[in-house]
Design a protein around this ligand. Structure first.
Ligand SMILES: Nc1ncnc2c1ncn2[C@@H]1O[C@H](COP(=O)(O)OP(=O)(O)O)[C@@H](O)[C@H]1O
Ligand SMILES: [Mg+2]
Length: 249
């Protein structure tokens, strides 16, 4: 096994408030790693630090052999890491096709800024088609994103997240607000798209977490209190105490 993503003594303060309080975490190549924890624990903040959206207060973030601490989001993306957001983040008036193509173009960056007519670019078209197929939205390509059912919108968002070909993918609550059926569909999709990738997923639905994850880390008030296999997490006393009174199993 080799480490793909490593967080070392990571800290983040907002003003005087410590939100991330010394996180050490190693994600191995090819694993599906879930991060769970109560609301406000700092899960999204952790993603913001890893993806370069927020500056870290102290500590280090390593992506393979690159130190990506406080690098800019697009640089981190070019090094192969991509993340989705907790709130659906698509261009509502653009079509499904155009949304995915935006993701593809963005990942290619300045390399293609000289191309006036995006339509004529075969590589971009092909990549966009591949993504549409993989998220099962090829037949809805012309529909404006805002008119898609919610689960399709989240699938589209996953498509945009993987459009650049990143092999480390961070998803933030991909099944939030979904029915059982919608959740099952999105979980199946996550399974498919993460097959040859490293996946980190923040998720509140415990059945999804235990179904999907090879390993689980539990973040409580900015600290990781356990990082282990699903079975060991289930039996972990500190974790059970942190989830006392909930339907955690
Ligand atoms: N940009 C920010 N400025 C100030 N406080 C923030 C900011 N972002 C998040 N926080 C605070 O950090 C804490 C953790 O938030 P968040 O990372 O969103 O938690 P989670 O995703 O685990 O629910 C919350 O108390 C939140 O109010
Ligand atoms: Mg969050």
């Amino acid at each position: 096994m080799s480490a793909v993503l490593e967080l070392e003594h990571l800290r983040k303060n907002f003003g005087a408030t410590e939100i991330i309080r010394g996180v050490d975490l190693t994600i191995q190549a090819g694993e599906r790693h879930a991060i769970i924890g109560p609301n406000g624990a700092g899960k999204s903040t952790l993603y913001n630090l890893i993806s370069g959206l927020h500056e870290v207060t102290s500590g280090k973030i390593r992506l393979r052999n690159h130190d990506i601490t406080n690098r800019r989001p697009f640089e981190i993306n070019r090094l192969g890491l991509s993340r989705s957001f907790q709130v659906t983040n698509i261009f509502p008036r653009m079509s499904v096709f155009e949304n995915v193509r935006c993701g593809v173009l963005w990942s290619m960056g300045c390399k293609y800024s000289f191309w006036r007519r995006v339509n004529g670019n075969v590589e971009v078209q092909q990549r966009t088609e591949e993504i549409l197929e993989s998220i099962h939205l090829a037949d809805k390509r012309h529909i404006p994103a805002s008119l898609l059912p919610y689960a399709d919108q989240r699938a589209l968002e996953i498509g945009i997240t993987i459009a650049g070909g990143a092999d480390v993918v961070l998803l933030d609550e991909p099944t939030a607000g979904m029915s059982h059926t919608e959740t099952a569909r999105v979980v199946a999709l996550i399974r498919e798209i993460s097959q040859h990738k490293t996946l980190v997923v923040v998720e509140h639905d415990m059945s999804v977490v235990f179904d999907l994850a090879d390993r689980i880390s539990v973040l409580v008030y900015g600290e990781i209190i356990a990082s282990d296999t699903p079975d060991n997490i289930r039996g972990n006393r500190a974790v059970r105490e942190a989830y006392l009174g909930t339907d955690f199993v």
